[in-house]
Design a protein around this ligand. Structure first.
Ligand SMILES: C[S@@+](CC[C@H](N)C(=O)[O-])C[C@H]1O[C@@H](n2cnc3c(N)ncnc32)[C@H](O)[C@@H]1O
Ligand SMILES: [Zn+2]
Length: 343
């Protein structure tokens, strides 16, 4: 891989300055290697982050089935209403960073039209699978994978129209600080989409996890993903470790995450699946409108929880945001489309 076409996006993780075409820093002269065609843009990481890295070196997440194809990737992604909405909402010419891309499925799914997509992760084992998939699917020119730590990323601040990070921040030592760091990657007027474990939606998994641990993993009751992956040992193991044995896991409420947005001067737009039920209800109450019967409300609440838990990938909320104050740079037409489609 060369810096060609993506050279404005990568920087030295030590000092934040530009790199030469040979992956050396133009300012501090530090040079970076790119074994296996994946640049290693890391500087020192803390011990807890390194534990998380090793965890995913052993079990890249989520991995690929034995027989796959670009059609499989698209069909698999499009089972998720959220993925379809996100893809529709991102402009054809957007520059997108996926922070913590794992084995790269979302980066590759979003890689069409004239988009530039960067998938960044700590785990080289995951990135190797991601790069190999991009080659199998003929997408290697549209997506670049790099190894970097989101705390000191080899990525230029303000360079991205869309910052997407799902299932990652809650595995960092200080998710609020991690959010603040990745938020800086978005250009003024850009969008930040984060997927996080929701404190309430995670309760059923925590019950299952307690039972699994007590039974030394003989009883992984009612886990539909583990059931589906009976004949795919590597992917089953990746799921089991990620969900049941993770060294660092936080859970968050909507209110907490909204405070992160406010603290970083990012306007909160919405959550998906809609966790705005109760907020919407509060607004209707203020406006003197009906919020329906208690039964209807309970049914809607149960429906929301079922969707959160039943996604089969991650029980969490996704937040879409836009920086409120474009600072003198051209805001592309895509911003409004994103707001309409996802907001
Ligand atoms: C649960 S996996 C999610 C992968 C992918 N986003 C998905 O939804 O399938 C979490 C990923 O975050 C990455 N990660 C965790 N901490 C990170 C950090 N500090 N910097 C970059 N990536 C990190 C891990 O290596 C892992 O691949
Ligand atoms: Zn430097």
């Amino acid at each position: 891989m060369t810096l060609f076409e993506f050279d404005d996006l990568f920087v030295c993780p030590e000092c934040g300055n530009r790199l030469t075409a040979e992956w050396s820093c133009q300012t501090c002269a530090k040079s970076f290697r790119q074994p296996d065609g994946i640049p290693d843009l890391r500087s020192a990481v803390d011990a807890q982050t390194d534990r998380v890295r090793k965890f995913y070196e052993r079990s890249p997440f989520p991995g690929y089935p034995e027989r796959d194809s670009v059609e499989w990737l698209r069909a698999r992604a499009e089972r998720s209403e959220f993925a379809r909405m996100l893809d529709r909402a991102i402009p054809a010419d957007a520059t997108v960073i996926e922070v913590g891309c794992g084995t790269g499925q979302m980066s590759l799914y979003l890689a069409h039209a004239s988009r530039r997509i960067v998938g960044a992760d700590l785990s080289r084992a995951s990135l190797r699978l991601a790069l190999a998939a991009s080659q199998r699917f003929g997408l290697e020119r549209a997506v670049r994978f790099i190894q970097t730590d989101l705390h000191r990323p080899g990525l230029r601040n303000g360079a991205f129209d869309v910052v997407y990070s799902s299932g990652v921040l809650h595995h960092t030592p200080d998710p609020a600080a991690a959010f603040a760091r990745v938020a800086r990657l978005a250009r003024p007027g850009g969008w930040i989409v984060v997927g996080l474990y929701n404190a309430f939606a995670r309760i059923p998994l925590r019950v299952r996890r307690a039972i699994a641990r007590l039974s030394r993993y003989r009883w992984t009751l009612f886990d539909p993903v583990l059931r589906d992956r009976t004949h795919e040992p590597a992917r089953r193991e990746a799921w089991l470790r990620d969900q049941y044995q993770h060294p660092t896991e936080h859970r968050h409420t909507l209110g907490e995450v909204q405070r992160w947005f406010a603290a970083n001067d990012v306007e909160y737009v919405r959550a998906y699946p809609s966790a705005l039920l109760f907020r919407g209800e509060r607004r209707r109450v203020r406006q003197g409108l009906s919020i329906g019967s208690a039964f209807g409300r309970l049914r809607r609440a149960l429906h929301t929880v079922r969707r959160l838990v039943g996604t089969g990938t991650m029980a969490g909320a996704t937040f879409l945001d836009e920086s409120p104050r474009p600072r003198g740079r051209h805001v592309r037409h895509g911003g409004e489309a994103l707001r309409r489609a996802v907001g």
